[in-house]
Design a protein around this ligand. Structure first.
Ligand code: GUN
Length: 285
């Protein structure tokens, strides 16, 4: 049996249309135009594409979008001051510092400066803390998008075993928090695997939900997947000019009950959730 393909692109369009409607209503009621400012430091071509896609999506939803582009040699102090200026700018509701930053910049120190109310990525420790306590202000865009994709399958998640591959601050850790959350979360039992995990294959084989976010092309193979598992692929790896995920899609789709493609899976949902968060920011500021 071949898995249901979870069409992130299509689902993202639904969310984006909904946000566009809510933005229009919000503008009419408040005379305020939600405004996202993205900061892009350096010349990383993938980051430039991501930021351009985020900007386009904002514009289509009626959200104002500004890009602050800085050279790779920008100093910590200069970037710090720019974030402070955006914090103080009342016309800016959301601030997004595109990661990764160049190596000479202390990334954590920069993210700490972002006003938590404008932190639409939910990377600030105050927002991370609120998520851990189960009372989020913002949800980080990728885990938020994945949560919506899992909800779209209408699978029962309570008590199920979710295995996350990767312990990143952007995906792995916050994803675990959302999956264990009761009520609006998934009520799942969660394991996070990483580069030092022993018996990784056996752990993944026991998963009802697999979230692959380790950045290794086609790492999750069919022999690691329990029949009927739901497989979410966060990987975006460039192999011979082709984009491939962290999951060997063609073989795993024959075993899973639902699977996300790459591209057209998690990526578009991440952007849709950013739009939702930016509207939330305009509402709460
Ligand atoms: N780099 C990779 N993913 C993300 C993300 O979700 N937000 C930001 N700011 N940078 C990223």
């Amino acid at each position: 049996m071949s898995a249901e393909i979870i069409d992130g692109k299509k689902l993202a369009i639904t969310f984006r249309e909904q946000v566009a409607q809510e933005v229009a209503q919000f503008k009419e009621q408040s005379q305020i135009v939600p405004h996202l400012t993205a900061i892009l430091v350096g010349e990383d071509p993938a980051s430039a594409v991501y930021v351009r896609n985020k900007q386009r999506a904002c514009e289509k939803a009626g959200i104002q979008s500004t890009l602050k582009r800085l050279p790779a040699e920008t100093t910590q102090d200069k970037l710090h001051k720019l974030v402070q200026e955006l914090n103080a700018d009342q016309s800016v509701h959301g601030i997004l510092v595109q990661l990764p930053l160049p190596k000479h910049i202390d990334e954590v120190a920069i993210l700490d400066v972002v006003n938590p109310l404008k932190d639409v990525d939910a990377f600030h420790p105050e927002n991370v803390g609120l998520i851990v306590q189960g009372r989020p202000r913002y949800l980080p865009c990728t885990p938020y998008g994945i949560q919506q994709m899992i909800l779209s399958t209408e699978m029962e998640t309570a008590g199920k075993h979710a295995v996350i591959l990767g312990r990143s601050e952007i995906v792995g850790k916050p994803m675990a928090m959302l999956l264990i959350q009761r009520g609006l979360g998934a009520d799942a039992t969660v394991t996070i695997c990483h580069s030092r995990t022993q018996n990784l294959k056996e752990i993944v084989q026991s998963a009802d939900i697999i979230i692959a976010a380790i950045g290794k092309p086609e790492f999750v193979t069919a022999d690691m997947v329990k029949p009927g598992a739901v497989v979410i692929d966060v990987g975006i790896n460039r192999v011979n000019e082709k984009l491939v995920g962290d999951v060997a899609f063609d073989s795993v789709k024959e075993i899973a009950s639902a699977i996300t493609p790459v591209p057209g899976g998690v990526g578009p949902m991440t952007i849709a959730m950013l739009l939702k968060n930016t509207l939330t920011a305009a509402r709460i500021l």
